[in-house]
Design a protein around this ligand. Structure first.
Ligand SMILES: [Zn+2]
Length: 416
């Protein structure tokens, strides 16, 4: 039996431990103030005790000041175990906070009391993001319990506030403690993925939400000439926005879909009755822009579309940016963290990991913006934020094995 096989055996025998871990974490409700809670203290305290039992060479609680939270801060943890080699460090970042359960009538059970349903564990937070912590912790525990030395340093990071902006989580850590990390380190964020465990997210599109308000003049529908019908203007703008697809037509096969997208979405109510010409129409556009294009270029292109329509119709058309998140520089698909992850996935499952881009933002963008390459990956059914959120015990075991290979830089085991 190889050393890694003995580690894998321990992981395979950890079903009860996984259930207990998930129960303990789920019962310690970690909601940030923006989600109606007092913070992540209880859950982070429990995780700190678990990590201390593994005798880290360094463990630090980083308190991000937030006067709305219990004791005036949000708790973050960084722990590190040294290896035989000094570098690179492999860091796994999980977040402690959860989103609220939402409409309880949509749940089949108490969201904070884990239900075991065959291979599945059901409860708020079990996947997002306890799956990430449990698998990364379990891998380390299995290696240390089997009496092995780590080949390279391993760091576990548990952050607060991932669900509501990361200002008191990774954002705060990188602002004040960036020297913990080096661009040569391998940084993995197990907070998104697919059921095959093959999606290695390396890049994100920029996000831009625009509000477009068309103002005209309301009047009786029997005398439309007395007014200025804003629905005509709104309709013309919506149709003309399709021109953005031609102006920003670059394609990048990393992404699915491979192009930038510009989707008109929400439309606010205008007049409540059929016999009134509307004098105001407001609608929204959700743009997901390939990182190759500056967001400002898209905003000015929208202005170029809107201005002639306003001139021709005599309507006033205003643009407002409701939300904007410029894409961080992508992690290279050839970055060492991507290569190592793909090797480990192949060694454990036989599957081929694939670097990909996604349309939304993840916390990894903070690392990338700081010049630290990071990959987002996990094996999961992707039930985050849903009622009856669940994760699968075999997925956590698989990911623990993959992390064990990465911690030990050992990919020798044949596919199982
Ligand atoms: Zn998450």
């Amino acid at each position: 039996m190889t050393v890694m096989e003995s580690v894998f055996q321990r992981i395979d025998a950890s079903k009860d431990a996984i259930i207990q871990l998930q129960r303990d974490l789920t019962a310690r409700v970690a909601l940030g103030p923006d989600n109606g809670g007092s913070g992540e203290h209880e859950k982070t305290g429990h995780i700190k005790r678990l990590l201390e039992d593994l005798k880290p060479d360094m463990i630090q609680e980083i308190k991000a000041p937030d006067e709305r939270a219990r004791d005036g801060y949000r708790p973050n943890l960084i722990a590190r175990w040294e290896g035989r080699r000094e570098k690179p460090v492999i860091w796994i970042l999980s977040h402690s906070d959860i989103v609220p359960p939402g409409d309880l009538s949509l749940w089949n059970s108490d969201p904070y009391d884990v239900v075991v349903d065959g291979d599945r564990l059901v409860g708020r937070g079990v996947e997002d993001n306890q799956h990430g912590f449990v698998s990364s912790y379990l891998a380390l525990k299995a290696i240390l319990d089997s009496g092995q030395d780590l080949k390279r340093p391993v760091g576990l990071i548990i952050v607060a506030d991932e669900e509501t902006g990361s200002r008191f989580g990774l954002g705060y850590i990188l602002q004040h403690y960036q020297s913990f990390f080096s661009p040569q380190d391998l940084i993995i964020v197990p907070d998104s993925g697919n059921q095959e465990g093959t999606m290695i997210e390396v890049s994100e599109k920029s996000m831009l939400w625009l509000k477009i308000t068309v103002t005209g003049r309301q009047c009786h529908a029997s005398t439309p000439d007395k007014g200025k019908n804003t629905l005509y203007g709104a309709a013309r703008v919506i149709v003309s926005l399709a021109d953005l697809n031609d102006r920003f037509d670059m394609s990048d096969p990393l992404f699915s879909p491979p192009r930038s997208t510009f989707a008109p979405t929400k439309k606010e109510e205008n007049v409540p009755n059929i016999n009134t010409i509307p004098g105001k129409d407001t609608f929204y556009v959700d743009c997901r822009i390939l990182p190759h294009y500056p967001v400002d270029q898209v905003i000015s292109a929208v202005r170029d579309i809107v201005t002639p329509i306003a001139d021709e119709t005599g309507l006033q058309i205003d643009l407002e940016t409701v939300h904007r998140q410029d894409a961080a520089p992508p992690t290279s698909p050839d970055a060492p963290v991507v290569k190592a992850l793909a090797r480990a996935i192949r060694a454990v499952t036989g599957n081929q990991g694939k670097p990909m881009g996604i349309g939304g933002g993840t916390v990894a963008a903070f690392f990338r913006a700081a010049g630290l390459p990071a990959a987002v990956w996990s094996t999961c059914p992707d039930t985050a934020h849903q009622p009856n959120e669940y994760c699968r015990i075999p997925d956590m075991m698989t990911d623990a094995k993959i992390f064990a290979c990465l911690y030990q830089d050992d990919y020798g085991r044949k596919p199982i």
